[in-house]
Design a binder for this molecule. Structure first.
Ligand code: CP
Length: 309
């Protein structure tokens, strides 16, 4: 049984669909005013060592809608920022709360938190992975196409957390995945090993965005300068030239293809203003679905599945 959500690798395909199906149901309930207080009396502590708009507000709103309470703990303003270990933080917070969500830099810190916590731990983004975002992305794609398997997902840009989680999530869901990244910004070898681990996986890594986007059903991109990489701005802006999702690039994808962006966007860099605005509806559907998918994740991990609405 799923205890924590730390990476997309943690999830079986059945668990992915369980989350997506419950998220669809919770979205329906929310939109139709049907109460679904499945986590009444439960608390979630959310720890942030990086800034956030979507993650923070969607977890806090989601927990409120489920009848529970989410609390914000800033890395800088708590003992986490003064060096209290993940192990001791986990053992303390497990005495108060029913779940922990953390956004931080190092995946190892999330893994340590989970190793010592006696309550579920949810990765709200590390430099390595962004599983909550990718589950919202899969939900959004499925809403549009009614299925995931057999679709082609193309990613253009930095091969870090979003790209890595999309590769794993997309392949697990039976999608063809093509990633175009500059040679110095490729996904980690362990992600490439995962993509090569199953003869059924259809994966392409290229440095040519045109090759990746060819006949795609959905095209993803992400910022060129991720949080914590600001010192590398000049070098990254140079390296990512040619990795913009523009109308010209998108013309190679299938007609009517979706564009997804986890946000915030730097228009004129990884995505043109024109493409962003033309696909704004589905990009903000994607942002909205963070709320519904995270409510499903919390229900699954924190005992809210067994409760009826
Ligand atoms: N996509 C995402 O995680 O957004 P925030 O950084 O605003 O939380």
């Amino acid at each position: 049984m799923l205890k924590h959500l730390l990476t997309m690798q943690d999830l079986s395909i059945n668990e992915i669909y369980r989350i997506l199906n419950l998220a669809d149901q919770l979205k329906y309930n929310q939109q139709h005013g049907i109460p679904h207080r499945r986590l009444e009396g439960k608390t979630l502590v959310t720890i942030y060592e990086k800034p956030s708009t979507r993650t923070r507000i969607s977890f806090e709103t989601g927990m409120f809608q489920l009848g529970g309470l989410a609390m914000y703990l800033s890395g800088r303003e708590s003992q986490v920022g003064r060096g209290e270990t993940a192990a001791d933080t986990a053992r303390t917070l497990s005495r108060y709360c029913d779940g922990i969500m953390i956004r931080t830099f190092r995946q190892e810190d999330v893994e340590e938190l989970a190793a010592y916590a006696t309550v579920p731990v949810i990765n709200g983004m590390t430099d390595y992975a962004h599983p909550c975002q990718v589950l919202a992305d899969l939900m959004t794609i499925r809403e549009r196409y009614a299925h995931l398997d057999g679709l082609k997902l193309a990613y253009v840009g930095d091969g870090d957390n979003m790209c890595q989680s999309l590769i794993v999530g997309g392949l697990k869901a039976g999608m063809t995945v093509a990633a175009a990244t500059p040679r110095d910004y490729r996904p980690l070898p362990e992600i490439l090993d995962f993509a090569a681990s199953d003869p059924g996986f259809d994966f392409l890594l290229t440095d040519d965005p045109r090759e990746a986007v060819q006949d795609a059903d959905v095209v993803f991109t992400d910022v060129w300068v991720s949080m914590g990489k600001e010192a590398e701005t000049e070098q990254r802006l140079r390296a990512f030239q040619g990795y913009s999702v523009t109308a010209e690039l998108l013309a190679l994808a299938k007609p009517g293809c979706m564009v997804q962006h986890c946000l915030p966007a730097h228009k004129g860099q990884e995505i043109s203003q024109e493409v962003f605005e033309a696909h704004a509806q589905e990009i903000f559907d994607e942002a909205e679905n963070r709320l519904h998918v995270q409510k499903a994740i919390m229900c699954l991990l924190m005992g809210g599945v067994e409760r009826e609405d």
